[in-house]
Design a protein around this ligand. Structure first.
Ligand SMILES: Cc1cc2nc3c(=O)[nH]c(=O)nc-3n(C[C@H](O)[C@H](O)[C@H](O)COP(=O)(O)OP(=O)(O)OC[C@H]3O[C@@H](n4cnc5c(N)ncnc54)[C@H](O)[C@@H]3O)c2cc1C
Length: 564
């Protein structure tokens, strides 16, 4: 049933219509490229639209991009590449003016200048925002420009395979979910902008679509995946995982345990609630584990002292989310919260031009690892990354076109994907997708969550191996063509199992604690043995191959520990 029915041709194909994909598309189109964007959901349903707190840039006279760079490198537990962070921070003001120029409705102060709130791990107020729904507004702002430029979007199309021949990108395969038809899109360049993978934890702030498809597509095409052991667990999620932005604490909210104590004073006395996320999350979980949580499972995020007016003007969406999803009004009642999986620091290995090692293939945004976040991302730096590196990817990919010829598409790659999908869909009995997914989430959370150790991870790796075997025999109960969500779920499960595998391989080998990767059996940072990036790629034997890559250090010295 799954045969390629259309062959489409473009100069550049971008997978993903979040902020990174759209920023790339706009820049490439402005440079004359024939661009197509493919997205498994309507562009404005991309997870970028859920970003609440804001986007960082040193734009105030008393601030300076070098300070922003320093805070970012320190926050990354010294694992970020300093050449990439230099680009991120020095380009940040330009990124804000680019968005402002398109009419992004940033929150302003009385004098008309942009308002900036404090965010964790930063010594200045440098987080620009649109109240507490920044991502939604930025995504709509760029989408307006996409429409203005008439950029072709294949929306609700699911990419199933990257076609790489002789280390060169030649095209991709995608299913039009509405029709259930498969198309080949040929292009001379491709940008992956498929977002994060934090759904592998189950309990997550991420949209259900954040299943790491891009990392899996790249891994299967033989590309190196960098630093996947570093996931960010955000300190403040509702009990169902939905995010309460760091902007709450930025505006002054407290974290309180069941003994009524602002416990962050025992962990990060200088920064208190605004210490970097990895530290605050571990502090909350430690309070819960040591019996100082409410009902053994959460602490309070207390906004009451901010007053109704501030909550209504600065955090209106947060109030709504707390009301709808937790049944409490933060104006009068503290909000129950606990850590929730949030951000994928690792991703497809790219250089500062967003190039992968395959000719014509680029990656940007959360699915890429350029590495500006190292072992821990600072809040507000990810939206920034999507704009700075999304634009860069678009400019570089468009620039590469003049020397790039369309490569031939190897028919065996196309046929093997056609067979794979036909076989999956044709199966009459097999494993339940939902059950496998649930078990995978449990393994990832239990064995690769906030606190890891050798024994747990080794068991977890074995459990993942068995799940992969079973996933080779899933049953897709819906045999129809139109919006076959079971097929999408099966493909997303495969992707998540790939991501979990790469995470496990990296995490077991990293015998130290750094940023989002914390091991109870190796609680210290170990620069002597582990100040390097982890690289995992699929070997010819089908097994993951491990290697390391040096961290780029410029003028910010590496410290023995990260002290706040
Ligand atoms: C709740 C929440 C709040 C956040 N708040 C902030 C914040 O305040 N500040 C900040 O800096 N960061 C924040 N972040 C992080 C930030 O929003 C994301 O890292 C960033 O928006 C990711 O953008 P992206 O363009 O890389 O990917 P996304 O916006 O996730 O877009 C991914 C795109 O890829 C497409 N796609 C994926 N797989 C496929 C496939 N197989 N086929 C076709 N298309 C595919 C999707 O359809 C989608 O269009 C937040 C994240 C969350 C979850």
């Amino acid at each position: 049933m799954f045969k390629v029915v259309n062959t489409l041709k473009h100069d550049l194909v971008i997978v993903g219509a979040g902020l990174a994909g759209q920023a790339a598309a706009l820049e490439a189109r402005e440079r004359g490229a024939d661009v197509a964007v493919v997205s498994k959901v309507h562009p404005v349903r991309s997870h970028s639209g859920a970003a609440q707190g804001g986007i960082n840039a040193a734009i105030k006279p008393d601030d300076n991009w070098k300070d922003h760079m320093f805070d970012t490198v320190k926050g990354s537990a010294y694992l970020a590449d300093q050449d990439a962070v230099r680009i991120l921070c020095s380009e940040a003001p330009n990124a804000i003016w680019w968005l402002d120029g398109f009419g992004a409705p940033f929150t302003r102060q009385e004098d008309g200048t942009l308002a900036q709130r404090p965010f964790g791990g930063q010594r200045r107020n440098r987080t620009c925002h649109v109240a507490d729904h920044t991502g939604h507004n930025l995504l709509h702002t760029l989408y307006e420009q996409m429409i203005r430029l008439g950029i072709r979007v294949y929306e609700e199309w699911f990419v199933t395979r990257l076609l790489v021949s002789e280390r060169k990108f030649v095209g991709l395969l995608a299913i039009d979910l509405l029709k259930g038809e498969m198309s080949l899109i040929q292009a001379r360049a491709c940008i992956l902008a498929t977002g994060g993978a934090a759904r592998i934890f189950g309990q997550s702030s991420n949209a259900l679509i954040n299943t790491g498809d891009g990392v899996s597509l790249a891994y299967r095409a033989g590309l190196p995946i960098e630093d996947m052991e570093f996931f960010q667990i955000h300190p403040t999620g509702l009990l169902n995982g939905i995010l309460m932005t760091e902007g709450c604490r930025g505006e002054g909210a407290y974290l309180i345990n069941a003994e009524g104590e602002r416990f962050m004073k025992n962990y990060a006395p200088q920064f208190m609630e605004l210490a970097p996320r990895d530290q605050v999350s571990r502090a909350i979980q430690t309070e819960i584990n040591e019996g100082r949580g409410f009902e053994g499972s959460y602490v309070h995020l207390d906004l009451r002292h901010l007053g109704e007016e501030k909550i209504m003007s600065r955090l209106p969406q947060i109030r709504e989310i707390a009301l709808y999803f937790a049944g409490v009004d933060p104006v009068t009642t503290p909000v129950p919260i606990r850590p929730t999986a949030h951000y994928t620091m690792g991703g497809v290995d790219v250089d500062t031009d967003c190039k992968t090692e395959v000719e014509g293939l680029y990656a940007a945004g959360e699915c890429a690892c350029v590495s500006v976040h190292g072992a821990n991302r600072l809040g507000g730096n990810s939206l920034l990354e999507t704009i700075v590196f999304g634009r860069r990817a678009g400019i570089n990919a468009a620039g590469s076109l003049k020397d790039a010829a369309q490569g031939d598409v190897p028919q065996d790659l196309v046929s093997s994907d056609e067979h794979r999908l036909a076989e999956m869909l044709g199966r009459e009995s097999g494993e339940s997708i939902a059950e496998l997914r649930k078990e995978m989430e449990d393994v990832v959370r239990e064995n690769f969550g906030l606190f890891k150790n050798e024994e747990g991870m080794t068991k977890g790796r074995e459990r993942l191996r068995k799940l992969r075997e079973r996933a080779g025999n899933v049953l897709i109960p819906d045999k129809g063509r139109i919006f076959n969500q079971s097929l999408v779920n099966a493909l997303q499960l495969e992707a998540m199992l790939d991501v979990a595998r790469v995470l496990a391989e990296g995490a077991i080998r990293r015998q130290e604690s750094r940023g989002g990767h914390y091991r109870t059996d190796y609680p210290k940072m170990d620069n002597e043995n582990f100040h390097h990036h982890t690289i995992i790629r699929l070997g010819a034997d089908g097994e993951p191959e491990f290697s390391t890559k040096a961290v780029v250090v410029e003028d910010i010295p590496i410290e023995a520990e990260v002290k706040y």
